[in-house]
Write a protein that binds this ligand. Structure first.
Ligand code: CTP
Length: 397
């Protein structure tokens, strides 16, 4: 969603303070925000604090001559990629459902030609009232998107649905709403990432240095381009990417089962560093040091090759992409791996340096057309470039 912009309408509710956090999080992701603060909203947060975070003028008055001269209300309502109402009060919902235009917020909502996402926040009785239910149904029918409200204790002391969704949830909904217009709209994507852990006993395991960063960046880029994306991840210390369905697994066998359950998909990217072997028996209790200093021998057995088994399975995605982590003869090994595994593309990288766990990557894309050498870039950039190539390929197919 980097480079996109949001028009944020902040309504009058105690949850308005969370809108400030939302603006901060959007800025972190390179999304610009322009805000309209309703008169009621200005009772809870000030135009100054909103502007300090958006870095822009905060609008509030429909009949301000200076505002109209700088940016007319019609232009304001269409200047962003998405209009977000947070908190969406019962009053704002009613105004929009009824087509009222008696202040800047309601006028912008009526005049906009962009999708609208509402994050309602109100007392539980208000949320459950017949009028709000009716307005919500009208708005949904008109194509307005909703996130929340959540159940929980409310500022008024009552309990139930009515709490505004948390900023991170709103962010995920924004990501999704923006992605609906992307080049991978309607595409189902499956990505694996991270290492697998193969237990030796309840406290020990075999694993590798994979951080999951490259796979997470690919999942994020696919979702941002509009793909409905599932990420199956081994144990890593990364935050879930926005707008992605994340499923956590531990072992290679769990990863295989999760992949099979998540199919069918149009495209699959296997970025996971799956353990090739596992101990044949995982002891039920901790293996103790023996008194006669005999070192235990761990017998390894082969793990299923997830990529190869999906390549030959009945649900093979239209575009199947594997990784080849190599330390020697990177390209030659990867070309051979592409044929051996029966995949369409291989992303090959040299992992002899500090690629595993690092922020940057230098990869080669190996396809039916030959070998493409990509310059060194961040893993995020690799993800974005790969998502664009996938969109080209699926669009052309
Ligand atoms: N892979 C897999 N299941 C395995 C091992 C690997 O699905 N049990 C996938 C990886 O996710 C990656 C690709 O296969 O997309 C290649 O992984 P890599 O470890 O480079 O290759 P291996 O098949 O293990 O071959 P080798 O270790 O001999 O290089």
């Amino acid at each position: 969603m980097r480079g996109k912009s949001i028009l944020l309408i902040i309504g009058g509710g105690i949850a308005a303070y969370k809108a400030l956090e939302l603006v901060r999080r959007l800025a972190e992701r390179g999304v610009g925000t322009r805000a309209i603060l309703t008169q009621a909203g200005a009772q809870f947060v000030t135009p100054l604090s909103v502007s300090a975070l958006t870095g822009e003028k905060t609008f509030g008055d429909l009949f301000s001559l200076t505002d109209e001269a700088q940016m007319g209300h019609i232009q304001l309502s269409r200047s962003a990629d998405l209009v977000v109402v947070a908190p969406a009060t019962a009053d704002l919902m009613a105004k929009m459902a009824g087509g009222l235009a008696n202040d800047l917020a309601s006028t912008a909502l009526l005049a906009t030609n962009k999708p609208v996402l509402m994050a309602p926040a109100m007392n539980v009785r208000m949320w459950e009232s017949a009028a709000v239910k009716r307005n919500r149904a009208v708005l949904e029918k008109d194509g307005v998107l909703f996130v929340g409200p959540n159940d929980g204790e409310m500022a008024c002391g009552e309990f139930g649905p009515g709490r505004m969704a948390e900023p991170l949830e709103i962010l995920a909904a924004i990501e999704q709403a923006l992605a609906v217009q992307g080049p991978l709209k309607g595409v189902k994507a499956l990505v694996t990432a991270g290492p697998t852990r193969e237990p030796v006993d309840p406290v020990r395991f075999l694993a590798n240095h994979s951080s999951g960063r490259q796979g997470y960046a690919i999942a994020q880029a696919l979702a941002s381009a509009g793909a409905q994306t599932t990420l199956i991840s081994g144990p890593v210390g990364l935050a879930p990417p926005d707008g992605v369905k994340l499923q956590r697994v531990t072992t290679a066998r769990e990863m295989l089962a999760a992949c099979e359950a998540a199919l069918p998909a149009d495209v699959m990217v296997m970025a996971a560093a799956v353990a090739d072997w596992r101990p044949d028996i995982a002891a039920n209790s901790k293996i103790k040091k023996s008194t006669d200093r005999v070192v235990p021998l761990i017998k390894l057995v082969e793990n299923p090759d997830i990529l190869a088994s999906i390549a030959t399975g009945a649900q093979r995605p239209r575009l199947l992409i594997g990784f080849a982590a190599e330390t020697d003869d990177v390209v030659a090994n990867a070309v051979a791996k592409r044929a051996r595994k029966g995949v369409d593309w291989i992303i090959a990288n040299d992992v002899s340096g500090d690629v595993m766990g690092g922020e940057r990557n230098r990869v080669h894309l190996i396809s039916e057309a030959g070998v493409e050498d990509w310059p060194e870039m961040t893993k995020i950039e690799v993800g974005t470039r790969l998502a664009a190539r996938i969109a080209e390929k699926l669009g052309a197919a």
